[in-house]
Design a protein around this ligand. Sequence first.
Ligand code: 8YV
Length: 322
Amino acid sequence: MTKIDVDILVIAKMGDYVQDQLDARFRTHKLYEAADPDAMIAEVGPSIRGMAAGAHRNVDIELMDKLPNLEIVTNFGVGYDNVDAKSAGARGIIVTNTPDVLSEEVADTAIGLMINTVRELPQAEQFLRAGKWTSGNYPLTQNTLREKRLGIAGLGRIGKSIAKRAESFGLSIAYYGRSDQKNGYTFYESLKALAENVDIIISVLPGGAATNKIYNKDVFEALGPEGTFINIGRGSTVDEDALIAALTDGTVRSAGLDVFDHEPHVPEALMALPNAVLLPHVGSASVYTRNAMGQLLVDNQTNWFENGKPLTPVAETPFPAK
Ligand code: 8YV
């Protein structure tokens, strides 16, 4: 492997598969290992031309200001709400993410979480493990996927992979998103309208200012007492207090959540609810898929410095620039 004469700042721990490749190709500076991160940035900041970001660590203007020769930020994850991509674009800094390679894995997780939530499989397992089966059967679930309407919020690449799977379950499919894709699924212009017209919402919405706490009391009321809310997008899209209240007083029936507002902290009140199925942000978390995401990060970084081309630039930093 040829060494590339470039300094890279690695701001979050990436896993050996990624880190080893970055170490082999570049001169890496591991901010997450620095005893004094400010001192490291002061020392190496002007030499840094690439950054590997991830683990939801923020890349804001303040940090970019300290790296005057930064050319590219490669983010580990399809979501990049941790990176101020608009400001990066204004400075001519490319931002890349890891689309496509995780879509199928995240769609699998979304469907698994939906079935677990609707059919109460984790609760039924706890019942068995607690030795309660010998005293009687687990109660029949009030909820089912039969004859249900699924609403997908965010019909991008992951949303479409979910829709493909959901079709085979016989679910009718509607969606909310930026535009009507005229693809045979029913489109709703507002989240509230989607919630009013479906039994289950699976949310794939990204984080950021436009979606902050977009799932509020009104949306949960619209989803209604037989409704189920599944979130594998970003926790910041949910008013968690409103969701906890809705699950507690029966405004909605149940929720399955893979993402939370203040990860890895999950509100005690949510953990105490029997009608919530909770996962520790494992949507893409298989070795296979995380390695594919890592490879794409490395390839973006390498292609930029070897060929002057990023592979998967985000919308705010198009290449070539518009
Ligand atoms: C990862 C994700 O958990 O891709 C995303 O946007 O949320 C997940 O696949 C995360 O990026 C890893 O830090």
